[in-house]
Design a protein around this ligand. Structure first.
Ligand code: ADP
Ligand code: ZN
Length: 440
């Protein structure tokens, strides 16, 4: 898919293209204000800072951030539902909640300011994907506590686009609406977008009959191979968008048409990459855990929130003109990592192997088990319809190729099982591709 760079808009160049010095000065000032607000209004932050002997007066520049304590998901659970609100409840206008991929749900409280900030962040992301008031945006993320649906809805509305608030599910109907209303953009998880793309093909619709030109896909990790596959299916530009409820929702960072990393909305959040073991900063370009501090949120500010998402960061200026830091693709959440016979395995590594192989469908499941006290990893994959009836020796050759490549990329020997077309689960929201029977 050729990059549609001419339609990639920079919505707020005064922030997105700031010089590093100006940006860091702004971040330092906003960090100080956020820390004062959190210290004075949220007992947890006061207690933790007092315990470290740090006061808000000690935090005046972004370098000072390392003096501050981390926060983590259990803090949100321990203070559920409103123990981290930094304003009276009357000023909270919305709660959104995590979809609960891992463990119990958590909520985040938003003031009107926070909703406005979040809306701006999403609007920037959609503008980077070419969205204007001329566009029709089909929102196929779920609506509800999950931030995906409402987040994209608000951002697209701010740009004056026509929004089709479909929510997720009912794939045939999604496609009928895409066709009838002529959506030019669609936003959902990349796994659901893939299912929609496959269904479009199965229904005998040529993607050129649709008007789609781009989409922002996120809420789960996906690989470059998955993007290529999706762009091939739908003939549009598939861009990555990242976010998490605790920090605001989608739009924390987003890809531009250069497709070389996700621009962090750094005037609203400070991103750090740390060594998850020691908490120390990692140099740019080295994979570590992402940590975010919100610097414009008032309802539930988050200070040094550990995301458990792993990626790299670069601060080099992008060809699009933006100067904001770019995150590499999330290679996985540390929570998703499976340890098989002592080796760390991320589903995205397996995905990059499978989706790159001709004839293999972009769907897979990983099944981990323990037999005779040794871990086993089974990778279930589907062949595309046209290959399924292929010769046994060809299928065998594909299986061997996948086994070898998985071994070389991941470092463990997996049992590759080929299952009939369309028998593996499909996902309308976040995909769940690991079944770990060891924990049962
Ligand atoms: P949950 O923790 O229940 O999944 P959220 O809906 O807030 O809660 O999802 C946030 C998480 O989703 C992130 O921390 C990250 O792991 C994942 N995520 C969101 N967007 C992306 C993306 N573009 N690429 C990879 N992972 C993503
Ligand atoms: Zn860019």
């Amino acid at each position: 898919m050729p990059k549609d760079t001419k339609n990639c808009r920079i919505l707020e160049p005064e922030f997105e293209c700031m010089s590093r010095e100006e940006l860091e000065a702004l971040q330092g000032k906003r960090l100080h204000e956020t820390v004062v607000h959190a210290y004075n209004n949220v007992p947890m932050y006061k207690e933790r800072m007092d315990a470290l002997g740090v006061t808000p007066d000690d935090i005046n520049s972004i370098e000072d951030i390392t003096k501050l304590p981390f926060t983590d998901k259990p803090d949100l659970r321990d203070h559920f539902p409103d123990g981290l609100f930094a304003v009276p409840r009357s000023e909270i206008v919305r709660v959104q909640g995590s979809s609960g991929t891992t463990g119990k749900p958590i909520v985040s409280g938003y003031t009107q300011n926070d909703i406005d900030v979040w809306t701006d962040m999403v609007a920037r992301a959609l503008a980077a994907a070419g969205c204007t008031e001329e566009d029709t945006v089909q929102v196929t993320y779920g609506y509800g506590l999950f931030t995906g649906g409402l987040g994209i809805h608000q951002g697209a509305s701010k740009l004056g686009a026509m929004v089709v608030p479909m929510s997720s599910g009912n794939t045939q109907r999604q496609i009928m609406m895409l066709k009838e209303l002529g959506a030019t953009m669609i936003c959902c998880t990349p796994s659901y977008a893939t299912l929609i793309g496959e269904t479009v093909r199965e229904m005998g619709i040529d993607p050129s009959e649709l008007k789609l030109k781009s989409g922002c896909f996120g809420a789960e990790p996906w690989t470059a191979e998955m993007r290529n596959n999706l762009e091939g299916l739908m003939d549009f530009n598939a861009l990555d968008i990242y976010g998490l409820t605790e920090i605001g929702g989608p739009g924390v960072s987003f890809e531009c048409m250069e497709k070389c990393g996700l621009h962090v909305n750094e005037d609203h959040v400070i991103a750090e990459i740390i060594n998850p073991e020691t908490g120390e900063h990692m140099p740019d370009g080295v994979t570590g855990e992402l940590v975010f501090t919100t610097i414009t949120k008032t309802g539930q500010p988050m200070i040094r929130y550990r995301t458990h998402d792993l990626c790299t960061i670069t601060r080099e200026k992008c060809a699009c003109g933006r100067t904001t830091a770019r995150m590499g693709r999330i290679t996985g959440r540390s929570d998703d990592m499976i340890i098989v016979r002592g080796v760390n395995v991320f589903p995205s590594q397996i995905e990059s192997v499978i989706v790159g192989i001709e004839g293999v469908a972009p769907h897979y499941m990983l099944i981990v088990d323990r037999q005779n006290s040794a871990d086993t990893l089974e990778v279930q994959v589907e062949l595309k319809e046209e290959l399924f009836s292929d010769t046994v020796s060809h299928v065998e050759e594909l299986r061997n190729r996948m086994t070898e490549q998985i071994k070389s990329v991941v470092g463990v020997t997996a049992k590759v099982t080929i299952v009939p077309p369309k028998t593996l689960p499909r996902f309308e929201g976040k995909a769940r591709r690991v079944i770990d029977n060891r924990k049962l």
